[in-house]
Structures are given as C-alpha cells and as structure tokens.
Design a protein around this ligand. Structure first.
Ligand code: BES
Ligand code: ZN
Ligand code: ZN
Length: 497
C-alpha cells in the first residue's frame, strides 16, 4: 500500500526521487503561491523548462534533471493547461497522470500551491488512483514490471485538521476504488461467485458491517429464480450477499445493489468470441458495492447502508437456462427469458426486490447492463436513469462532485410494452433501439413506485480497453465506487434524496 503524507518541509528539501510541479499554459510557468519554490529556484526551473520546450498544455509531462536546485534529483512538470479552468477533476487527472508517469521510482513529492482541504483531497485522490498497478498474475515477467511509487509526499500543513481529514478521506476512497479495480482485473478463473462472496466478507473485515451470504440452497428457499436461473448453467454456483452497515443514530437508509456476473459468456445465447474476455468485468457493479461498503464503514458515515450483491456465472451448459424458459423472481414476477445474454437484469430483479422489501429511502444500483450504454454515451460516460427525476438528478449531481462522468437518460414509458410477454409478466428483452433505457425499463418493474430508485449503467466506463489516461488505468476502473460513497455522504448530510 502506498504511503501518502502531508509535509510542511520546504519542497526544495524533500528527500524523494522526483518532485512534481504544475505548470500553466499561459506563462509556461509553474503555479504561484506559497509554499511553492523559492524565487531563484523557480526562475531557473522555468528557464530549463522553456529550453526543453515544455508548453504547459493539459496533461503534458516534462522531466528535467534538478541539477542541485532541489534535493530531489528530478523535477517533473505536469501541464495544467488553461489556469482559468482549473477545476477539481482536472487537478485529480493531472496528479494522476504525473504519478503514473513515475512508475518504477520509489518516491515522489508533489508541490501544492495554495493547499486547502479540497485541493489536497483532489491531489491525493488523483495520485493514489494514478499510482495503481495490477501485477498479481505476472509470472516470469514480474521483474520487468515497473512498480508503483511506495511513498508520496504532499506539501501542505500536517497540523491543519481539515487538510489531514481531506487526505484521510481521499485515501479511504481511493483505496476502495483500487479494491474494486483489483476485483475486476482478477480473472474469472480466480473469482467465482463464491469468491465474490468471500471478497465481500474480507472487504469489511473488522469493520462494523454485518454480512449474510445465501448459497444455492438458500437462494432456492428465498425463491430467487433470477439468480438461480442465470447461475444454473455453471459449475460455479451463484450467491447473494447482503452487507449491512448500521451506525447508531442513523436516520436514513441507502440500499446499493451491484451486478455481479463473474463471467458473461451470454449463456445459450452465446456471445461472439471477439473481446469476450472483457466480460470478466461484468461484476463491476458488485465490485463497486463491496468497495463502497468498505469505504462507507471506514469513513463512519452516519447513514445506514445496505449493500446487495447478486453474483453468478453466465455459462452455457447442460443445465443452463434456455431461451423460452420462464423463471419466477423473489417477489413473484414471472420472466420469459428470450435471450440468456440479458442476464444482468435477471439477477438484479431478485436483488432489487429484496432491497425494496426493507423500504430504504433510496436504492441505487450499478450494473454493466447493456452494450447499448456505450453506443448511447460512449465508453467513459455512464448512464443515470431512475425515478423520480429528483432522485436521478441528485445521484447525477453526486457523481459529478465525486469526479465520475455520468449523464441522465429517460426511461420512456413507451418502452415498457416492448417487454410484454405473451406467456409471462415480462420478457427479458424488448426494443433494441435505446437498449440502455429498455434495460432500465425492465428493472423498473421490480422496484415499487414509492421507493426512489436510480440505475447506473456502467457497461463502458467500468473497463478501460484503451490506453491509460489521467488517473484511469487500463482494465478495471472502479466505476461507481466514488458515486456510491458520495451518495451515502449526501444522505448522511441530508441533501439526498
Ligand atoms: N454484460 C453485457 C453488457 C455489456 C456489453 C457490458 C459490453 C460491457 C460491454 C450484458 O449482459 C449483455 O449481454 N447485454 C445484452 C442485452 C441484450 C441481449 C438485450 C447486450 O447489451 O447486448
Ligand atoms: Zn449478457
Ligand atoms: Zn452481462
């Protein structure tokens, strides 16, 4: 685990492998304000940066030798672009990009100008998220991998309680995001539904969170036909996990639900071979719930939170469910399974019904539900749907503050008839156009109208199959973790729903 701490020592004296400074596009100068670098050092650094053509454009990384100007042997200038639009997310991203570029070194110092609590929080978050690496399954190539930084020093005021709290909060949140990334990156051979349940138990070990796990027998007793139907084609039996964090005095309850398909072959309606490996990320919603429960409990947020993780492996096999099968969910809805690849909604149906039965003040689910999400909003922007509009917009607003890209989408009422089945209460596929919204329209049947419910389709954003950028690595991204935590925080503060 990376050690990150605040230091009041002058930046010039930091005993680190590299000193990170921010530079702006206008003046090609690094940002002013105490406790930055002394004037003479600054002028010299500016001159050297100019010599090597650093432009200060957003995200640009320039390394120069420090030539004794500071104790660190290397200075790394990261471009902040136009300083007039230095928003929090930009700070996170540039801190992330700078730290990621230093993999292989042991330690770095980050020179923070005008360090206040929000700035510290953004820098720590960006730095820790950018410092992530997943090497658990390297064999002979393990030695050739650049390890992330072990130690990050941040210039600020260690005696300032607000700054310390900001650092602590950022650390807890970032570690949770990295836990979710680990779970997503873990190959499906090493993460069965049973393993997901164990991961949930481990994640809240020694935290005030109660965990309950239902196995196949337990699920049958509950009548969770959705989870059982999806799981029945696999040798790895499904599970349902319930995590409850119930601090004394909490007045409101948030339920978070995450799709936990440990691998989605599509089942009998099998997927094409190309990119099927990405379907190891089909448990990203579950990973987000597990990780968020860890962070929420560590942060001791004064709100009751119940996490629901339905988890199964969607495989074709001699016992697999068939297109045309009809299953019955926990709440007694019958579903005609027309396409076994629309399995996420089947396991969520049971979990949403169970979550709703406890009458929480708000339900938020996260799921890699549809390929249509990426068609509609691209690979980096999750869809936010739900009802009433105010709940959806409140969660959307929380996601923005948390630094996650999302956009609201409607659940048009004309989509529901497309899900009508001639033989059951509902079919699991309907209108193809706007398929992300059709997915939401399906889920809506399983949540009573009087419970505010928001659905996050994170299909694209959960897994980065392009190059790394900002603080986002390749592979699992930890999507929805920060939004879940922010929603819990907002509910604790009474601003949501
Ligand atoms: N897990 C997939 C959705 C997905 C696709 C996530 C690509 C990430 C990247 C989901 O279970 C699925 O297969 N959905 C189907 C639904 C359809 C059959 C209505 C889809 O999107 O094609
Ligand atoms: Zn599927
Ligand atoms: Zn799926």
């Amino acid at each position: 685990m990376t050690i990150v701490s605040l230091t009041s020592a002058p930046a010039t004296t930091l005993d680190v492998d590299a000193l990170i400074i921010g530079i702006t596009a206008e003046a090609r100068k690094h940002v002013d304000g105490p406790p930055a670098l002394p004037d003479d050092v600054r002028r010299e650094v500016d001159r050297m940066l100019e010599q090597v053509g650093a432009s200060g454009k957003l995200g640009e990384i320039t390394r120069i030798p420090s030539e004794g100007l500071v104790r660190a042997p290397m200075i790394v200038a990261v471009g902040l672009g136009d300083m007039r639009i230095l928003d929090t997310e930009k700070v996170r991203r540039t801190a992330g990009a700078a730290v990621r570029s230093l993999a292989g070194l042991r330690s770095a110092g980050i020179v923070v100008t005008s360090p206040d609590a929000p700035r510290i929080e953004a820098i720590v978050t960006g730095a820790l998220l950018g410092n992530y690496a997943f090497h658990d399954f390297r064999g002979v190539s393990a030695g050739a991998q650049s390890a992330p930084l072990e130690r990050i020093l941040i210039t600020g005021s260690p005696r300032d309680a607000e700054q310390r709290a900001a650092l602590e909060r950022a650390r807890i949140v970032s570690e949770a995001v990295c836990l979710a990334r680990d779970l997503v990156n873990t190959p499906p051979s090493a993460l069965s539904p049973e393993d997901v349940a164990h991961a949930a138990i481990d994640a809240v070990d020694r935290l005030p969170v109660r965990v309950e796990v239902w196995d196949e027998t337990g699920l049958a007793e509950l009548g969770c036909g959705g989870i059982l139907g999806v799981g029945q084609g696999s040798a790895n039996a499904p599970r349902l996990v319930r995590l409850e964090y119930s601090p004394r005095g909490a007045r409101r309850t948030l339920a978070i639900v995450g799709k936990g398909i440990t691998f989605d072959t599509g089942g009998i309606s099998i997927k094409p071979a190309q990119n099927m490996d990405h379907m190891k990320a089909d448990m990203s919603g579950a990973a987000a719930v597990i990780a968020a429960m860890n962070a929420i409990a560590r942060l001791r947020l004064p709100v009751r939170v119940v996490g629901w993780v339905p988890t199964a492996e969607n495989m074709p096999g001699g016992r697999a469910q068939r297109p045309g099968d009809i299953l019955t969910t926990y709440g007694g809805h019958t579903v005609e399974v027309l396409n076994t690849d629309a399995e996420g909604r089947l396991i969520l149906a049971d979990a949403l019904e169970m979550a709703a039965e406890e009458s929480p003040d708000l339900i938020v689910d996260a799921a890699t539900l549809t390929g249509a999400q990426s068609v509609a909003l691209g690979k980096r922007t999750s869809g936010v749907m739900g009802r009433p509009d105010a709940a959806r917009d409140g969660v959307w607003e929380a996601s923005r503050r948390a630094g996650e890209l999302m956009w609201p989408m409607p659940i048009p009422e004309e989509l529901r008839p497309s899900l009508d089945s001639p033989v059951a209460d509902i079919a699991n596929i309907g209108e193809r156009m706007g398929g992300m919204m059709t997915g939401a329209a399906f889920l809506a049947d399983f949540v009573p109208e009087d419970i505010p419910w928001v659905h996050l389709d994170i299909a694209g954003p959960a897994y980065n199959d392009g190059s790394s950028y900002g603080y986002t690595p390749k592979g699992g991204t930890g999507a929805a973790v920060r939004t879940f935590i922010q929603v819990a925080t907002d509910m604790a503060e009474g601003t949501l729903p």
